[in-house]
Write a protein that binds this ligand. Structure first.
Ligand SMILES: *Cc1c(COP(=O)(O)O)cnc(C)c1O
Length: 396
């Protein structure tokens, strides 16, 4: 695999410096936010050469913009990719990538536990373009391999998954896909490049919702796709036409957030491990789903392909949804909201967030307990989080 990690540098150094080389306006040390929609040229030859891509420069901000460049370079560097392109949201990254790579009559193999919006692309939109979608049980690697062997142009994975933290074996499934000449895409949002690099495991493209850990402060939306220059260029071209462009102000906020990515993720890995161990030993907790727990169904695969187990977990309560209703409002240090990956702990039951549109029977079929609570661990001090969970559980 041709990944391009600078292994002489640590993750913290890369988070701060990668992608930021080059001089900014009048010696500024921070990336300027260029709000200009359009870029002017006095010399028509130069204008022409920039327009046809023969000379570096910018023409119009739907296509390229100076503030987006360091964001794209930084995420590419962190994933060990040749190139990256940016998007207005994570869903724009996922949808633009799939619609670039799939044509009518072609086939994509994926898993049932992709992010809710991504799942909608597979079940609601791609079939309308006559793309055949094989939606496999996430834990059934044999079945996924059998569907790949049937023939496909794209394999789309996500790991760990929402909200059950299932882990799929990226190296194993990439090998199967390569044998059929398929492009492998992995949504790496939950893991972050600090904990997992899918390109090192054989994937071709990595997708991020930058809205989550990359930005890390729940104050900007964005997305990215990273991979080899030729593929990224094709996806970029589709994006400049569909117009799902990242806003320069958001690019700036995401870039600022990314400088502390390693610090935040290291703390979140540690906090999540300790909180998961506490919950696993609590009498009111029925089950804890966290890849860092030794008895987690996918602990061994997670240990092979991840450097850290991440800040996301879920757990179910013995007292059913009534217990969830009593517990969640009692938490002092958690936003009761959708989304994840921010500096602040964030909590929500899938029954009212990601899986609200399903009936109780459908949630049961999907393996989502009614009393499940998803917990996105922040960077607070873990003793405070554990004390908070403890006092709220006393009410459950
Ligand atoms: C949030 C999320 C997305 C979608 O990202 P947006 O920025 O909300 O569009 C995609 N994949 C995963 C795993 C996510 O958590």
């Amino acid at each position: 695999m041709g990944t391009t990690h600078d292994r002489t540098l640590g993750w913290g150094t890369r988070s701060v410096w990668s992608g930021e080389e080059g001089l900014y306006y009048q010696g500024a040390t921070q990336v300027p936010v260029v709000h200009s929609v359009t870029f002017g040229y006095d010399d028509l030859d130069e204008w022409f050469n920039v327009a046809i891509g023969k000379k570096p420069g910018h023409i119009y901000s739907r296509n390229t913009n100076p503030t987006l460049v360091p964001f794209e370079r930084k995420i590419a560097k962190l994933e060990g990719a040749e190139a990256a392109t940016s998007f207005a949201t994570g869903m724009a990254a996922a949808s633009n990538t799939l619609f670039t790579l799939l044509k009518p009559g072609q086939r994509v193999v994926t898993i049932k536990d992709t992010y809710g919006g991504t799942n909608k692309i597979f079940i609601e939109f791609l079939p309308g373009f006559n793309v055949d979608v094989a939606l496999c049980d996430t834990s059934d690697h044999e079945k996924i391999e059998a569907e790949i062997a049937h023939g496909c142009q794209v394999l789309y994975l996500e790991t760990p998954t929402n909200p059950m933290l299932k882990v799929v074996d990226i190296a194993r499934l990439s090998r199967a896909a390569k044998a059929r000449g398929a492009i492998v895409i992995v949504d790496n949002t939950f893991a972050t490049p600090i904990n997992q690099n899918p390109l090192d495991l054989g994937a071709d493209l990595v997708i991020h919702s930058a809205t989550k850990y990359l930005g890390g402060h729940s104050d900007a939306m964005g997305g990215a796709v990273c991979g080899p220059t030729d593929l990224v260029q094709k996806i970029f071209h589709f994006r400049e036409i569909t117009g799902a462009t990242l806003h320069p102000m958001s690019a700036y906020l995401l870039l600022r957030g990314m400088k502390t990515l390693e610090l935040r993720v290291a703390r979140q890995n540690e906090n999540a491990q300790r909180a998961a161990e506490f919950l696993a030993g609590h009498p009111k907790v029925d089950a804890v789903f966290y890849p860092g727990l030794r008895d987690h169904l996918y602990h061994d695969v997670a240990k092979r392909q991840m450097r850290g187990f991440g800040g996301m977990m879920s757990f179910s309560l013995k007292g059913g949804f009534e217990a969830v209703k009593r517990m969640i409002p009692r938490l002092r240090f958690a936003h009761r909201a959708a989304s994840l990956g921010s500096v602040g702990t964030l909590v929500g039951p899938p029954k009212v967030t990601s899986h609200v549109e399903l009936t109780e029977a459908e949630r049961k079929a999907a393996g989502i307990p009614e009393s499940l609570i998803r917990y996105s661990v922040g960077i607070e001090n873990v003793v405070d989080l554990i004390a908070d969970l403890d006092q709220a559980l006393a009410e459950a």
